[in-house]
Write a protein that binds this ligand. Sequence first.
Ligand SMILES: [Zn+2]
Length: 370
Amino acid sequence: MDKKKIPYLLIGCFLFWLSCSSLSFAADSTPQTMVELRILETTDLHAELVNYDYYQTKVDNRIGLVKTATLINEARNEAKNTLLFDDGDHLKGNPLGEYLARIRGMHKGKTHPVYRAFNYLNYDAIAIGNHEFNYGLGFLMTALKGAKMPALNANVFSVKTNKPLFTPYTILKRNVVDENGKQYQLNIGVIAFMPTQIMKWDKANLEGKVIAKPIVETAKEFVPIMKAKGADIIVALAHTGISSEPYRPDSENDAYYLTIIPGIDAILSGHSHSVFPGPVFQDIKNTNLKTGQINGKPVVMAGAFGSRLGIIDLQLWNHAGKWEIVTGKALTRPIADENGKALVKTDKGLFRLVKREHEETVDFIKKLGL
Ligand SMILES: [Zn+2]
């Protein structure tokens, strides 16, 4: 070989190696299939379907699912893939709920207006909260017949069967699209919990009929089962608040401890009517109020009475056939400003759907002369 050509050959080899290695680097670092999944939460609605204060018989724009519904529609329009969940305590807590349960009763075969509203808004699943027991098991079971979506709870067990009283979890098979519009099936596991204190709070309705198992232990038991059944990701509808007090099996607010369970990817918290992310939680350890994460997991709690919509935005990618969460952020959006001025319009379709029971409740209260 001509000795003069050797340096050129070496340079050629080096450039070839460089191009190969940079190609392989590009292949490794390019995100594959990126899918954005938006999870929406309402919680602790306490039967506040309409923006109305029944005690003062006047409009109140700080409450009401008819307002939150507009935020739900806006949040859905902004995202390609969305899911909507309610985190429980939706049947009781205002005169409309009382009127339906204790005065008028459920009309046979008719859907409770709360579940009529949930059906109209196409909730994907709902949690049963502790207040759902306040009118007795009979009323709850009758009302639940009208809910078209899975109504979940994993930690309340029937004494008779020693099995969960409700459907403990579900795996939603949803078609999602990536940023290029390509479609994939994602299996979203959804599980729900409530405080064990129901045995104290609703002793008369529940004693001898059900037992409540600790939330965290129940979660640890069910998560591997859900994974084995094909859940790609798991969302916890945790009707429990947020506290980093040392864990006890009978503690009421366990959402913090759900964040450290492997396999749980997003937590919808509730029960304590607080707002997360929000300043009241600034002292909770390992918490990022900017991203809405606790221990690196997205957590949201949307206040109460429909005052806010909770949003968790997940970014997932499919890595070697397995879905992994890349990022998860949480935030809430309010329906009114601090002075009670409405920030969104009323969903008129939803209002029409629940108008009858709303007006009956107002008439009833006026007759009582309250
Ligand atoms: Zn509650």
